[in-house]
Design a protein around this ligand. Structure first.
Ligand code: ATP
Ligand code: MG
Length: 392
């Protein structure tokens, strides 16, 4: 019975000219989210509201599920739209709405009218009172409760009249595209997809870099990362994923440097290469899934040592999260099942039995001097042979 959804979005921070940017980005993201949904959709702005009109083929649950992934949406209201045919006809429409949507028994209700068209001949309060009367006449067991009604019936009088009673929660946040772009270091693990999700929740669009080490990591491991990027793209929009062949760099570090420093040195090169692509793509920051103390390479000293190679800000949205909290988010956003598939990640193969947990930057830099002969060329080759996949 619903052919339209009214989209509610947060008002904070979108005053003045930002409002248009915010609304345009939101409309764009809604269209993107619905691009593969069954049916046809017309997404438009009207009088400070966003509406999604659906043709008769659409699947209600599918549309709601997709809209719940669009950052910036606070509420999704399935509405019935009617023409203004006078107050009496509106009363009948409201009664029909209740009959169609609810199994009416003795529920409590309240009518909230909003009159955006000031030429309507009655005040909002009067309209609500009239509609309340009509409802009580039609359903004598129902009762009015102005504080905690079971059914809150909203009537908005604009060029058309909109009737709704359900506000399905949206994901909040800001529309992707309103806060620049960042480069996510995306692995096949649990953490980095969650980190990407959290950054794009604040309106940041994502590019991604994955370090692949064939034949130590399989084609399946790469497919898994592409699959994860595709799930994140449901929230983030299309993602440019750079797949860097990291094998030769890893083998060279393995040959030349103390094994307990491997992870740190490798991670420093990952950050450098990711930063190269970030510059190329016009990103303003790097994003990782690190959290303090989770593993040896994420102690405060290790984080400082990896951070040192970057000039861009590095954002770590999971920095204060416990593993279980990260798992909870990954389950919520749908990446968990894919993340736990058992394909090797390039770090786990070259990992030392006893990695340094408190790396000293001077020591690390001295070890890296042993790479002088070939490393620049290997980095250049890795960059030149990188495959870029548009994931959507
Ligand atoms: P994740 O679950 O995200 O893999 P993790 O707990 O396994 O994280 P690490 O392997 O130490 O932690 O990696 C820390 C962060 O470094 C990751 O969250 C990710 O941002 C980045 N990273 C690690 N390995 C790769 C890789 N192969 N390609 C791209 N980024 C990576
Ligand atoms: Mg990992």
């Amino acid at each position: 019975m619903f052919k339209t959804f009214l989209i509610k979005y947060g008002e904070i921070g979108i005053k003045g000219k930002n409002r248009h940017l915010f609304e345009d980005a939101l409309v764009k993201q809604i269209r993107y989210a619905l691009k593969d949904a069954e049916g046809e959709f017309f997404v438009y702005r009207n009088q400070g509201r966003i509406y999604v009109d659906c043709n008769s083929l659409y699947d209600y649950d599918e549309v709601v599920e997709k809209l719940q992934k669009v950052f910036g949406i606070v509420g999704i209201c399935p509405v019935v739209t009617t023409e203004d045919k006078g107050l009496e006809a509106l009363g009948t429409d409201v009664i029909d709405f209740l009959k169609n949507v609810y199994d009416i028994r003795d529920q409590s209700f309240k009518v909230m009218t909003r009159r955006a068209r000031k030429d309507y001949p009655m005040e909002s309060m009067e309209i609500s009172a009239y509609l309340g009367e009509r409802i009580l006449q039609a359903f004598p067991d129902m009762k009015v409760d102005v504080h905690h009604p079971e059914i809150m019936l909203h009537v908005e009088i604009r060029e058309k009249i909109y009737i709704y009673s359900k506000i399905i929660p949206g994901p909040g946040g800001m529309p992707v595209g309103t806060n620049g772009k960042a480069m996510l270091l995306l692995s096949g693990g649990i953490d980095s997809p969650v980190a990407g999700y959290m950054i794009c929740k604040r309106g940041v669009k994502l590019d991604a870099t994955y370090f692949h080490a064939p034949p130590y990591t399989s084609e399946r491991a790469k497919e898994k990362v592409v699959d994860l990027a595709r799930i994140v793209a449901q929230y983030a929009g299309p993602i440019n994923l750079h797949v860097v062949n990291f094998t030769d760099i890893q083998l060279y570090i393995y040959d030349q440097c103390p094994h307990d420093e491997l992870t740190i040195i490798m991670r420093r090169y990952m950050m450098k290469i990711a930063e190269h692509f970030a510059r190329q793509d016009g990103d303003l920051a790097l994003v990782t899934g690190e959290s303090i103390g989770q593993v040896a390479s994420q102690t405060m000293q290790s984080l400082a040592a990896t951070n040192e190679v970057c000039t861009m800000p590095v954002f770590r949205p999971l920095i204060g999260f416990d593993k279980q909290e990260i798992v909870d988010v990954s389950e919520k956003i749908g990446t968990y099942e894919t993340s736990i598939l058992p394909y090797e990640d390039c770090c786990t193969i070259f990992v030392a039995k006893h990695p340094v947990t408190k790396p000293n930057l001077n020591v690390i830099k001295r070890s890296e001097q042993k790479l002088n002969e070939k490393i620049d060329e290997l980095v250049r080759t890795a960059i030149e042979t990188t495959e870029t996949i548009l994931v959507e």
